[in-house]
Design a protein around this ligand. Structure first.
Ligand code: HEC
Ligand code: HEC
Length: 159
């Protein structure tokens, strides 16, 4: 009997705590709607896209605003805007990377329709910089200049 009373008190207390915890939790937020998706699958969940954005940023050693413009009126990031040419470049890079993986590494698509990264990804070339260095390091050139077949250094883009 005594035991049952204790149990009832414990359950009662638990219920009170549970209700008050629930009341202080933030409302379950709807993820933001994606409005300008051109190269990812249209039904890509926000958290998948967000994760991909983190990987791109890290691979290029940049922050979101390297590709995304800020809205001058609101002062907030406008992720749907295509104002920055870097965003367009990134779309092309994504398509190129997917094509290489599909065609030359036999990559299949995942349930969303994204080509599964297998052979190459952004970091394969970028290695933490937006402008991967095309020059062959001095120590690998050997005497008398670059090895036969090595690409000539492209003209400086001035960037
Ligand atoms: C290297 C360029 C690049 C970087 C860096 C980048 N993004 Fe993106 N982002 C894109 C591209 C390209 C798209 C459009 C993808 C498409 O068309 O399918 C996009 C789309 C988005 C969208 C969807 C917008 C919409 O509604 O259409 C969000 C949100 C977003 N990015 C957030 C971020 C955040 C947050 C960061 C920083 C952590 C970031 N991005 C970094 C290139 C970039
Ligand atoms: C096969 C190698 C390779 C892969 C893979 C690759 N990139 Fe690139 N990317 C380059 C080269 C080379 C440049 C030109 C660098 C320069 O302008 O100095 C470049 C340029 C860019 C630029 C333009 C930078 C600017 O300032 O205009 C963006 C943005 C970019 N890449 C994003 C990506 C993203 C995102 C991925 C993965 C989805 C990716 N790249 C995958 C080689 C690659």
């Amino acid at each position: 009997m005594h035991f049952k009373k204790q149990l009832a008190v414990a359950i009662g207390l638990f219920a009170v705590v549970a209700v008050s915890v629930a009341a202080t939790l933030p409302q379950q937020q709807e993820p933001p709607k994606l409005v300008n998706i051109k190269v990812f699958p249209k039904n890509i969940p926000f958290r998948v896209l967000d994760h991909e954005m983190d990987i791109w940023s890290a691979s290029l050693g940049v922050r979101c605003n390297f590709c995304h413009a800020r809205n001058d009126q609101t002062g907030k990031m406008d992720f749907a805007s295509d104002a920055k040419p870097e965003k367009t470049a990134a779309r092309h890079m994504f398509q190129m990377t997917a094509k290489i993986n599909k065609k030359f590494f036999g990559a299949t698509k995942d349930t969303l329709g994204m080509v599964i990264a297998s052979g190459v990804n952004c970091n394969t070339c970028h290695r933490g910089t937006a402008h991967p260095d095309p020059k062959i390091p001095e120590e690998h050139r050997g005497p008398g200049g670059p090895p036969p077949g090595a690409p000539a250094a492209p003209p400086s883009s001035g960037k």
